[in-house]
Each structure stands twice: as structure tokens, then as C-alpha cells.
Design a protein around this ligand. Structure first.
Ligand code: KIV
Length: 278
């Protein structure tokens, strides 16, 4: 883990070759607090649309949704670098649109950087906004906002296609991105790009040789249904635990066993302090 003070984009950029970056997504204050205790980067990913809002993909996520979740996450982050995803349609028209919307995201959420998807085609935009004070985390390989163009969530950069991803990563790094997410690319390609570019690579379905790793927090906690792609290791099964708890509650209510005597109030006034058991 990087040093104890609040982390900045230059800290993340300077970590290359020194320490492995630990990154997770967060969308709410309580989860952001937990993530912030252990991670260098807290990403308010547009995956929020799928994992919290039940959308079929990230295309329906709006700037207002990102700002609302960004504000919630801000309240839970003290040490990590908070990055907010730019949603589909909020930056692709050109550098001015990207700057205008990214500036709004930064001003309203208090995040220190934004992430946007795309390689060579986004290099001008990344150059424009970084030159105007907006740090950018880039995202190449499988860029989920382009799921329709890719025809599904397919591995990108196999065989001859590797050159395209190498050019993408080099272009966004040279344009000024302080780090680059590499999503769902062959392991050897991710390793090669990590050796080639000057800023940290952050892998998801990429390689242990990347300069850091990121996962969607709901995936690794087992909270997002039975979604089990190869690149997600489930560190807990909280979805199953939550369902067991809900089933137990339902059974106890139906059988008249909840609430019990200890959960109800007597006639006498109570003077409880905050957090004290009744
Ligand atoms: O939206 C997201 O959660 C992401 C990460 C998976 C990198 O972009």
C-alpha cells in the first residue's frame, strides 16, 4: 500500500516499478470506507449501472448517476485516490465536451481524477483535458461501453489484433494519462504493454505482471448474482449470506418468532445513547 496521506494521481504514476497498486470499485459510502482502508484507488465505476441499478450494460448510465454515487463515495474516502468513470456519451464528441463534463464531475463529487474508455481515438481528448488540470485514468482492451461494437464482452488483442491494443495503450500514455486500465486482454500482451509504457497498468482479466489490479467490488464479494467470469476471484459469498439472512427473517416473521421480547419496548421511558443496545 502506498504512503499514509491522501494519494494523488502523480503518486499513482510514480508507483510504477515500486509497489503493486490495489484498486477496487465502490458506489456507496459504507463500502467506500471499507475499500479505502485497504486500497490505493477507489473507482466509482460505471459498472454501478449493472451491479446496483439492474441495467443490462453500462450504456444507460448517466452523468447524474455517476455524480450521485461519486458524492456518496467521497464521504467514505480519506486516503485512496478517488476516480470517477465518465459515462457513455459524456466525452466522446470531442475534447470540449469531455472537459466540460469531467470538470462538472470533479467539481460536484470532489474526485481527484476521471476515467474514460478508448485508445488512439481518445488520445487528443486525453491530451486536452490533462493539459487543463484534469487527471485521466485511461481504459483500453475490452472497453465495456463499446460492447455492441465488439459483439459481446470478448477478449481483445488476440493474434494480429495485439498491435491495435499496444498502439492504444501507448497513445493514451503518451497523451498524458497517469495510469491505464487493461481489461480482458491476453496475459502476454498485458505483460508486454506493462513493460512498454511509462505509466502504471491496472489489470482486470489481464496479467499478474500489471502494475496493479482492479475488480468490481460486488463481483469479488459475491454480491452480483451468479456472474462468474474467469477473471473474477470471489473472496466472499455475501449474496448467499444475505439471502440466508433474509430467508431466516421471513420464516421468523411468518412463524410469529420475530420480534421477540428483547426487540420491543416497555412502557417506561428509555434514555439510550447513540449506538447503545435497547
Ligand atoms: O466500471 C468499472 O467498474 C470499471 C472497472 C471494471 C475497471 O471500469
Amino acid at each position: 500500500m502506498l504512503a499514509g496521506r491522501a494519494l494523488t494521481p502523480p503518486d499513482i504514476a510514480a508507483s510504477k516499478g515500486k509497489t503493486l497498486l490495489v484498486c477496487l470499485t465502490a458506489y456507496t459510502t459504507p463500502i467506500a470506507r471499507l475499500v479505502d482502508r485497504h486500497c490505493d484507488v477507489v473507482l466509482v465505476g460505471d459498472s454501478v449501472g449493472m451491479v446496483l441499478h439492474g441495467l443490462p450494460n453500462t450504456l444507460g448510465v448517466t452523468l447524474d448517476m455517476m455524480i450521485m454515487h461519486g458524492k456518496a463515495v467521497r464521504r467514505g474516502v480519506e486516503r485512496g485516490l478517488m476516480v470517477v468513470d465518465m459515462p457513455f456519451g459524456s466525452y466522446e464528441e470531442g475534447p470540449e465536451q469531455a472537459f466540460r463534463n469531467a470538470a462538472r464531475v470533479m467539481a460536484e463529487t470532489g474526485c481527484a481524477a476521471v476515467k474514460l474508455e478508448g485508445g488512439e481515438t481518445m488520445a487528443d481528448t486525453i491530451g486536452f483535458v490533462t493539459a487543463r488540470g484534469i487527471p485521466v485514468m485511461a481504459h483500453v482492451g475490452l472497453t465495456p461501453q463499446a460492447v455492441n461494437a465488439f459483439g459481446g464482452y470478448r477478449v481483445q488483442g488476440r493474434g494480429q489484433d495485439a498491435e491495435r491494443i499496444r498502439r492504444d495503450a501507448a497513445a493514451v500514455a503518451e497523451a498524458g494519462a497517469f495510469s491505464v486500465v487493461l481489461e480482458k486482454v491476453p496475459e502476454a500482451l498485458a505483460r508486454r504493454i506493462t513493460a512498454e509504457i511509462a505509466v502504471p497498468t491496472i489489470g482486470i482479466g489481464a496479467s499478474p505482471a500489471c502494475d496493479g489490479q482492479i475488480l468490481v467490488v460486488d463481483d469479488m464479494l459475491g454480491l452480483f448474482g451468479d456472474f462468474r467470469p474467469k477473471f473474477v476471484k470471489r473472496y466472499a459469498e455475501l449474496g448467499h449470506a444475505a439471502e440466508a439472512a433474509i430467508a431466516a427473517y421471513a420464516e421468523e416473521v411468518r412463524e410469529g418468532r420475530f420480534p421477540a421480547a428483547e426487540h420491543v419496548f416497555g412502557d417506561e421511558p428509555t434514555t439510550l445513547k447513540e449506538g447503545e443496545a435497547a
